[in-house]
Structures are given as C-alpha cells and as structure tokens.
Design a protein around this ligand. Sequence first.
Ligand code: ATP
Ligand code: NAG
Ligand code: NAG
Ligand code: NAG
Length: 359
Amino acid sequence: MITFFLFLPIQILAFTYEQQQQLISDDVDFYLDYNSGNIFDYAFTEMIGQGAFSEVYLGYRVEDQQPVVLKHIKGSRERVVNREIQILKALQGLPNIVQIIDAIKGDEEESDDFFEYGFDNQNQETPQMETKKSPHKEDHIEATIIFAYQNTTRCLDDIRKSGNYSLQQVKNYFKQIFTALNKAHELHIMHRDIKGSNVLVDDNDDIILIDWGLSQFYDQGRKQSTKMGTRYYKAPELLLKYKEYDYSIDIWAVGCMLADFIFKTHPLLPGKDNDDQLKKIISMLGTNDLFEYIRKYNIELDLDEIPQVQERLDFTKLINKKNLNLVTKEGIDLLEKIFIYDHKLRINASQALEHAFFL
Ligand SMILES: Nc1ncnc2c1ncn2[C@@H]1O[C@H](COP(=O)(O)OP(=O)(O)OP(=O)(O)O)[C@@H](O)[C@H]1O
Ligand SMILES: *[C@@H]1O[C@H](CO)[C@@H](O)[C@H](O)[C@H]1NC(C)=O
Ligand SMILES: *[C@@H]1O[C@H](CO)[C@@H](O)[C@H](O)[C@H]1NC(C)=O
Ligand SMILES: *[C@@H]1O[C@H](CO)[C@@H](O)[C@H](O)[C@H]1NC(C)=O
C-alpha cells in the first residue's frame, strides 16, 4: 500500500510518514462503511470551488484515472455529513443526479494536510444560506465526498444569464430537473436548496442536480427547520415557518427558476429579507388564497404589513417583447400549477413530467 502511493508525488508532499500510517490504519470508526474509504485511492489536481464549509477539487481515481470531484468538508456536524452521504448513496444510479463514488471521514489535521496545497482561493460567491451558521466545534468532523466528474463549467444560472436559449432547451432542462426530483421524492428525499447554481449543464445540455448537503428525508408529521434554502426560491410555507413542509418546497423553487427562464425575469420574486420575500409572494398570489391557506393549516401570519392584493397575478401580464418567443399557454399553465400556496395542492414532479408543457 505504502509503496503504491509513493509514486504519487502530489499526495506524498501532503503527508508526513506518521500521517500516512494513520490514514491507512484499519480504524473502523475512521472510515465510513463505504466503498474503499481510502483517501489514497484518489489524487487531486486543482481547486474548482469553495463554499462556506467546503472546498471542491478536481482529481482522479488512481486505479483507472477516472476523473472525480473531491468535496472536502471542513468541520460540519457529523450527523449532517452522514446524512448527506446516506442520501447521496440512496440516489446512486438515478438519472440527472450527481453520483457519489466514495466517502472518507477523517480528522482535521490529516485532511487539512492533504488539501492544503497552496491554491489561491477562487473568488466564488458564498451562497446565502441560513443553515450554514458558524458551528460548534465539538461534534464537528472533516470528510471528503468523492463524486463522478461532470465535465462542465456551466450551471443553469450561466445559461439564464446568457439569455441565449430556446424554448426547446428550456423544456429539455426542466424535464431533466423534474426527472431528478421525481426520483428523489419517490425515495422520500427533499433537496431543499434547488437553484440554478446547483444544476450543472454539460455541452450536450445534459444536466445533473448537485449539492445535496441540505437535503433531508421527509417523514410525515415530523417538524423540520424552515431556515432552509436560498431566499428567492423559498416556498411560502418556509417563510410562514410551517415546519411540516414536504417535497413541494423543491417544486416551488423549480417554479421560480422556470419563470425566470420563460419570462426572462430574475429573480421573479426579489425579496430583500424573508418577510419581504413573503410579501412578494403575496403580491403575486393575492390575499384571498393566502387567508384560506393559513386557516386550513392553522398557520400564524406574522407580518408588519400585508400587501393589499386580493387576486392572483395573471401571468400573461408578464409577457413582453423580450420573452414573447418563450411564453406559451402550456408554460403559463405549468407555472399556475406550481405557484399555489397550499403545498398539498401544488403539482408534484411526476405530474409535472406528464404536463402538456413537456409533450
Ligand atoms: N460532480 C461534479 N462535477 C463537476 N463539478 C462539480 C461537481 N460537483 C460539484 N462541482 C463544482 O463544485 C462546486 C461546489 O459543489 P457543491 O455545491 O456540491 O459544494 P458546496 O460546498 O455545497 O458548494 P456551495 O457552498 O457553493 O453550495 C459546484 O458549484 C460545481 O461548480
Ligand atoms: C472535458 O472536456 C474537454 C472538452 O470537451 C476535454 O478537452 C477535457 O479533456 C475533458 N476533461 C476531462 C477531465 O474529461
Ligand atoms: C447561442 O447558442 C447557440 C446554440 O446553443 C450557439 O450556436 C451560439 O453560438 C450561441 N450564441 C452566443 C452569442 O453565445
Ligand atoms: C404525485 O402525485 C401522484 C398523484 O397524487 C402520486 O401518485 C405520485 O406518487 C406523486 N409523486 C411524487 C413524486 O410525489
């Protein structure tokens, strides 16, 4: 084993002999019961991204040179890391979803040394994520998740920003997104952070859904944190702090992305904070349906001011010269079925795939 990785200069530079010994020890608690679980099976070549609590590297599997992505999580709660891995494992083999290859748990010093290799931090926008608060140190662990590499530098946001896409492409992208979500939701998994930067698009316009770090299993009746996701894409139930939400929060977020593509808006609902986000939603969907919704679910409405808009917005009002070639009756109908307060009445992923928009 040792002689094997002696031939890999990148890794040798990163470790002292003691650390190598530790890393290849058979300590069962140290590795997940998962695939090889050995960091030396992989080499990294360059950093491709940096989030608040992780660094993402491009690399390859030593055995067969298969390109991989190494997501090095630096100090996240063990429970949370385990959940991400468990969910990624459940999603193995499913279409349009990033594929986990391996997962390696390690303590801080060792993995730090493996990855501290003098890269300049890339200037990546830190996502605005309420859940990624500064964590307590004690129960925090380091881990590296290895993914199959998707050879692309584009995400769905890049395509939206370019403005260079056809209705046919929009249908293709969103069909793939709903395909991924349908499979995840069937397995009772909610992604909880659906947004354009978490949808990678390759040169063939094939997409994969990434970043399952906030995802969670849905358990009927269980109360979940509503401080999830990214503001512009938050469903009304999250903003109303209704804790028994389900998969339909993902569908709402897809609706926000789809509307941006079809109407060339961004963001469709530009809330300045969570309360303002809710006000933007109320301005779109009106108060009539809102009051009915909060009565039905016994939700308390805690806003300083409620927009004086009774009726739902007629989406055809958003049609203009710039989006004329993208708006269709079917597109608007699909959005109408997504943008519904009552999460139980919202269209789900499998129903969306059957919708006329995709036929
Ligand atoms: N399988 C993959 N193939 C290619 N690139 C990937 C892959 N997975 C992740 N990336 C790249 O790495 C970046 C970060 O990945 P990911 O979102 O999973 O990590 P993260 O630390 O949760 O990021 P963030 O904090 O930005 O949400 C992605 O935006 C993407 O550019
Ligand atoms: C990614 O694709 C480009 C262009 O198609 C190719 O040159 C490159 O070798 C690919 N990279 C990997 C790691 O497969
Ligand atoms: C727009 O997209 C088309 C098809 O994907 C491509 O051929 C063309 O070069 C793009 N135009 C610009 C300005 O990027
Ligand atoms: C969507 O709703 C249909 C009809 O109620 C149901 O049969 C199906 O299982 C649901 N699918 C998902 C992915 O939730």
